[in-house]
Ligand binder design. Structure first.
Ligand SMILES: CC(C)(COP(=O)(O)OP(=O)(O)OC[C@H]1O[C@@H](n2cnc3c(N)ncnc32)[C@H](O)[C@@H]1OP(=O)(O)O)[C@@H](O)C(=O)NCCC(=O)NCCS
Length: 215
């Protein structure tokens, strides 16, 4: 698949274990490397495709993803393989009522890239980005009770960041309808600032941090 045109220069997201801007991680076979970056509107088309193909996520309109990439690029990331194929994304936003809380809306990894830790790296990258740009110190997400991989993904994130994760009921069938699983709210944090975030800030300021930034 051809990579979409980029409407504007990309900002690179930082990612633990991939400290330099645009640095790559590899898939389970080691055949491909991935670049994790902030999205531009054209990336919304690939996000929409990945959401539809996942058959798990609530796929919103193509327009919604394109608009999202325009307005929430600082709290979202997309992963591209070295051959240009988009293989994963995270969409998030800072809660209007609590600007230090990053709400992760969707995490999606193409089946060809699953099982290699890519979702965890996407989550770490979007987190570092939200901390560097907005000083976030808490994360929230909603997960359906049947989504074991997603629950493990966020539980691992909390463990990596040495903080707690708590679950509570959020939305049930009264709001979502009988055809939709209930959504549980997971609260993670407070989360201390990490070396990876400090590196991201240093890069933004044009300062080289010689201490490295691995978590
Ligand atoms: C959930 C999803 C994003 C995980 O992507 P991934 O790149 O394979 O995940 P990772 O390799 O980073 O693994 C993250 C954690 O989930 C676990 N995991 C991954 N797939 C799993 C599965 N099928 N069953 C149980 N656990 C699983 C991993 O073991 C890991 O946990 P650990 O750190 O305790 O070992 C991917 O399966 C997906 O896109 N699913 C469809 C969309 C979706 O449900 N998104 C989440 C809700 S928004």
């Amino acid at each position: 698949m051809t990579a979409p045109e980029q409407a504007q220069p990309r900002a690179s997201a930082s990612s633990p274990g991939a400290d330099a801007p645009g640095a790559a991680t590899t898939d389970a076979d080691g055949d491909h490397s991935y670049e994790i970056v902030s999205p531009v509107p054209a990336d919304g088309v690939d996000m929409w495709r990945l959401a539809v193909e996942s058959q798990t996520l609530d796929a919103n309109s193509r327009y919604a993803y394109v608009l999202w990439c325009r307005d929430f690029a600082d709290t979202s990331v997309i992963a591209r393989r070295s051959d240009g194929l988009a293989v994963g994304y995270v969409t998030g936003y800072l809660r209007p009522q609590a600007g230090n809380t990053l709400l992760i809306w969707q995490v999606c990894v193409d089946p060809v890239a699953r099982g290699a830790g890519l979702a965890g790296r996407l989550l770490d990258a979007v987190w570092d980005q939200a901390v560097a740009t907005a000083g976030a110190d808490r994360m929230e997400t909603t997960v359906t009770p049947d989504n074991e991989s997603s629950i493990r993904l966020f539980t691992s994130f909390a463990r990596r960041h040495h903080t707690s994760i708590e679950r509570e009921d959020l939305f049930g069938p009264d709001l979502l309808g009988d055809a939709h699983e209930p959504e549980h709210l997971y609260r993670i944090g407070p989360i201390a600032r990490s070396a990876g975030v400090q590196d991201a800030e240093a890069r933004t300021a044009g300062v080289h941090n010689t201490e490295g930034g691995k978590k």
